[in-house]
Write a protein that binds this ligand. Structure first.
Ligand code: BG6
Length: 498
């Protein structure tokens, strides 16, 4: 598909998303020669900067981020694309000025991308301001709006936001981004499942005992207390990223890889998730907050001591759920999902545990208990695909051990693409398959809404876990049986693999 020239406007150009993800991703696309020659990046921000100041700051930031070996010519070429526009998101007059700026500048192509790297509560308002000055549509050119997550604050506010955006923008102009869908391994889940015949017959309730989806981070909330206090871990990671991973693991084969077919199947999964009544929230969900502890050998403060967190906040930094998908394929197979900040390791993974073989053929041998098979999909830090099977230990005794079949599917010369690179390129070419449709977002809110409601009413107490641990032991009560435990590592061995 064609990347047409466009002006890429970033609202929140000096914020952490722009600096940590968007600008580096655009710069890497520059290095890969994927940006159209005429693409310009306009940073909309309140600082009293001019083009030169912004370019300088970005250059400095990129040099540090990309490392010494990064091509200086590419960096210079990239920053030449940057233009800074001083504006306040809340002032309607500044949008009028923005329009003038865009129209009076021959170097700024007419196709427009507006990227909302701002607080979620501002999406609707900014969309309305753009429409007020006629920037929502352009004769003979396209206008695309990229909306970050969380889309809304709960089911109701998501609905309000959707109606608000649709007042001014058509659905095909709206790109609801979930950067997890841009990650290599995540896309590989589809290939692994649907390009290999041997998996499909096993991929159901007859063979799979349970599925675990984990995202843990060693870092805390960094400088994002404002955002995190509003969001909490359930909204921040589970409602969006981790439920998306669940849809890819659980979906039926789509009719094609075309955007609508894929999204039709994903939404079916979300709609089939068994609703959790408010009275059952404690049986299905667990939340906790990090207390002081040690991470990478260093003392770190607890959540309540983080800058910007006020009072006795009960915002969760850890959330775990047990979900069921009520369809033929998955009925009664638990899906355990968890996420946590300031945990003992950085790990994003999907771990699928198989059932035990039906006949205890080895009962009268020294093999006490066979370990089940696992399929492990590592998303980060390492991208990997592992299958754990049992093999006999060489020697006279009938003993087994777990061996791992490892598919190193990335060759040394194949660079790994950052999720944002993939997705920004999709925005430029107009491919929405990896972006969320509103019915998906709505269905995902339906899943977490009862939990959010109960948690928001229970503000007096929250469990804690020491920073640097793998979360609170009490979260184990979500498991259906004693032989199910969290898979904290993707290496085989006795630890963490019942
Ligand atoms: C973001 C969340 O969407 O995803 C962050 O707001 C989280 O809190 C991040 O740290 C994780 O993304 P990644 O790509 O670093 O796994």
């Amino acid at each position: 598909m064609l990347t047409e020239p466009c002006t890429f406007v970033i609202f929140g150009a000096t914020g952490s998303l722009a600096n940590n993800k968007l600008l580096p991703a655009l710069c890497r696309l520059e290095a890969a020669g994927r940006l159209p020659t005429a693409l310009a990046v306009v940073g909309f921000g309140r600082r009293t900067w001019d083009d030169a100041t912004w370019r300088e700051r970005v250059l400095e930031m990129l040099r540090e981020r990309m490392g010494r070996d990064f091509d200086e010519i590419v960096l210079t070429r990239f920053v030449q694309r940057l233009r800074f526009f001083r504006g306040d998101l809340e002032l309607s007059d500044d949008y009028r000025k923005l329009r003038q700026f865009l129209e009076s500048n021959p170097d700024l192509p007419a196709n427009l991308v507006f990227y909302m790297a701002i607080r979620p509560t501002q999406f609707g308002e900014v969309g309305a301001h753009l429409a007020d000055v006629g920037l929502n549509r352009r004769e003979g050119s396209w206008v695309r709006l990229v909306v970050e997550k969380p889309f809304g604050y709960d089911l109701e506010s998501a609905q309000v936001l959707d109606v608000r955006l649709h007042r001014h923008f058509d659905e095909d102009q709206i790109y609801r981004i979930d950067h997890y869908l841009g990650k290599g391994t995540v896309q590989n889940v589809l290939v692994f499942r649907f390009a290999n015949l041997m998996m499909e017959p096993l991929w159901n309730r007859n063979y799979i005992d349970h599925v675990q989806i984990t995202h843990t981070e060693t870092q805390g909330i960094a400088q994002r207390a404002d955002y995190f206090e509003e969001a909490g871990a359930l909204r921040d990671m589970i409602q969006s990223h981790l439920l998306q991973l669940l849809t890819l693991v659980a979906m039926e084969p789509p009719a094609s890889l075309e955007a609508e077919s894929l999204r039709d199947e994903k939404v079916k999964v979300l709609k089939s998730i068994r609703p959790i009544p408010q009275s059952a929230v404690h049986a299905h969900a667990f939340r906790a907050q990090y207390a002081r502890g040690m991470v990478h050998g260093e003392k770190v403060p607890g959540y309540l001591e983080e800058e910007g967190v006020v009072g006795q906040s009960t915002t969760e930094t850890y959330a775990a759920l047990r979900l069921y998908i009520d369809n033929w394929r998955w009925r009664n197979v638990p899906f355990y999902i968890r996420t946590g900040k300031r945990m003992g390791s950085d790990l994003s993974s999907i771990a699928i545990r198989f059932r035990h073989p039906p006949q205890l053929l080895f009962r009268d041998t020294p093999i006490e208990r066979l370990r089940p098979n696992w399929i492990l999909l590592g998303i980060q830090p390492a991208e990997c695909l592992r299958i754990e099977i049992q093999a006999k230990v060489p020697g006279l005794e009938m003993l087994t051990r777990t061996v791992t079949l490892e598919a190193g599917y990335r060759h040394a010369h194949e660079a790994s693409l950052d999720a944002y690179e993939t997705l920004l390129l999709d925005v430029l070419v107009g491919d929405r398959s990896l972006f969320l449709r509103y019915d998906e977002v709505r269905a995902a809110w339906r899943v977490v809404d009862p939990i959010l409601k109960v948690w928001s009413m229970e503000r007096d107490f929250i469990n804690t876990y020491p920073a640097g641990s793998m979360g609170p032991a009490d979260a184990n009560r979500l498991f259906e049986r004693e032989d199910q435990i969290w898979r904290d590592t993707l290496s085989s061995g006795t630890e963490g693999s019942p």
